[in-house]
Design a protein around this ligand. Structure first.
Ligand SMILES: Nc1ncnc2c1ncn2[C@@H]1O[C@H](COP(=O)(O)OP(=O)(O)O)[C@@H](O)[C@H]1O
Ligand SMILES: [Mg+2]
Length: 418
């Protein structure tokens, strides 16, 4: 690294004016920019007002010793990294050790050879600049890495949204057709069967003594059981068809098909559609759901993406509930938090989240779940959607042993403001 003395600003601190003069003349002759301070107080002020590239600091000074000045400089952010070279007539080993311990980078004993001082200044400046350069590059790199990760998450999210949209569009078309045959024919089929059964009933009344062949067939078939079971069967077919209808509707609301991206929507409708999709998981895990919906205005947002966030948070809550010590339970609460924001809170009584885990939650690919069960993308994607897309906030509160609570807060006109 090439160092030009003209670009280097040196602060000399010494309480003996003569020393100060000699050193500053010598350094100025070499082309350095030199500033002077006669005591610790002035040195601190000068360094804080305009941080120099290097400080030459005398140790023995009244009021404040060089060690103290050095320690004070090291404590402040703006002056903390400036290299400090001590100058002193003290030549004991413990003085040198103390100087280095208090934060100095070098130690020169008076009386000094000017060439030595110059060489040491050059070395320290080179080191300082290299270090600064390295720190700057390091920052650039870690910023680039963060940007890259964000871009990665955005891509994954976009891909998923597109995938879900296509899947739901395709599925609902394919399923709606055949299901509408069944739904449409189920009612008349029920009517016909009822009529036919009534006809059989009438036959049995009018001809109480049928031929032996018919009598044998009746007892073979167990007609009474068959009639009874047939009604039940038709009933459960109807329930099945209704359930598929509800699911398809929920899927469409969830994915907000046929709608523009941004829309004023009923948040509760979104939550309910998500819950329909999770009905089986909730039932299978015996989880009790406690809903507390307060009245909310319509919220202008990317509804399908917000529904995905709710799905991720609920899925995590269900996973956490598997480790609940008491009866597994999930609470969902919605509130208008301020005149222009709403909150959706999802809480569980699982094991909660440790402080250590908390600091990594929203990082992509962070998961504590076994391979194959967790991808570590749910919260990263949720963060992207809530914070970046909707300019809202997403955070978690956790009390160990009592569970975790995730809070989504978004502006009512989130997207309108972008
Ligand atoms: N409700 C919760 N209770 C406890 N831990 C949670 C909860 N939600 C998320 N976590 C923790 O955060 C991690 C990351 O969650 P997420 O990004 O959804 O990825 P994944 O669910 O695939 O692990 C989880 O592995 C888990 O350790
Ligand atoms: Mg998850």
């Amino acid at each position: 690294m090439n160092i030009h003395a003209q670009e280097i600003d040196i602060l000399i601190v010494d309480d003996t004016p003569e020393n100060l003069r000699v050193l500053s003349v010598m350094l100025a002759e070499r082309g350095y920019n030199v500033r002077k301070a006669l005591n610790g107080k002035m040195a601190l002020l000068a360094a804080q007002t305009l941080p120099p590239d290097l400080i030459l600091l005398d140790i023995n000074m009244p009021d404040m010793t060089g060690y103290e000045v050095c320690q004070r400089l090291k404590q402040e952010e703006v002056t903390g990294t400036i290299p400090i070279i001590f100058l002193s007539a003290l030549d004991q080993l413990q003085d040198k050790v103390k100087a280095l311990q208090s934060g100095g980078v070098d130690y020169i004993t008076k009386p000094f050879q000017f060439e030595e001082v110059n060489a040491r200044i050059q070395t320290q400046i080179t080191l300082y600049r290299l270090q600064k350069d390295l720190t700057a590059r390091n920052n650039e790199l870690s910023n680039a890495l963060q940007e890259l990760r964000k871009a990665q998450i955005r891509l994954i999210q976009q891909e998923r949204m597109a995938g879900i949209g296509q899947l739901v569009a395709g599925l609902s078309h394919e399923i709606n057709n055949p299901i509408s045959f069944i739904a449409g024919n189920l009612k008349p089929a029920q009517e016909y069967i009822k009529d036919l059964l009534q006809l059989i009933q009438l036959y049995r009344q009018e001809y109480p003594h049928p031929s032996p062949a018919i009598q044998a067939a009746i007892s073979e078939l167990d007609v009474d059981f068959l009639v009874n079971d047939l009604y039940k069967l038709l009933g459960s077919m109807q329930t099945g068809v209704d359930r598929i209808h509800t699911l398809m509707l929920a899927l469409r609301i969830f994915a907000r098909l046929d709608e523009s991206d941004i829309k004023a929507v009923d948040i509760h409708e979104g939550i309910e559609s998500t819950l329909v999709l999770l009905e089986n998981r909730l039932r299978y895990n015996n989880i009790q759901l406690v809903k507390h919906y307060n009245s909310l205005p319509l919220v202008t947002c990317y509804a399908s993406q917000l529904n995905q966030v709710i799905l991720h948070l609920l899925n995590n809550a269900i996973d956490a509930c598997n480790q609940a010590k008491t009866e597994p339970r999930i609470w969902i609460e919605t509130t208008q938090a301020t005149a222009d924001t709403i909150q959706i809170r999802i809480r569980d009584n699982g094991p909660g989240i440790s402080e250590e885990a908390k600091s990594h939650l929203f990082e992509p690919f962070y998961t504590t779940k076994p391979v194959g069960q967790g991808q570590g993308l749910g919260l990263a994607i949720s963060h992207e959607v809530v914070v970046e897309k909707h300019k809202g906030r997403l955070w978690c509160q956790s009390l160990p042993e009592t569970g975790a609570e995730f809070i989504i807060e978004i502006p009512i006109l989130a997207v309108g403001r972008l």
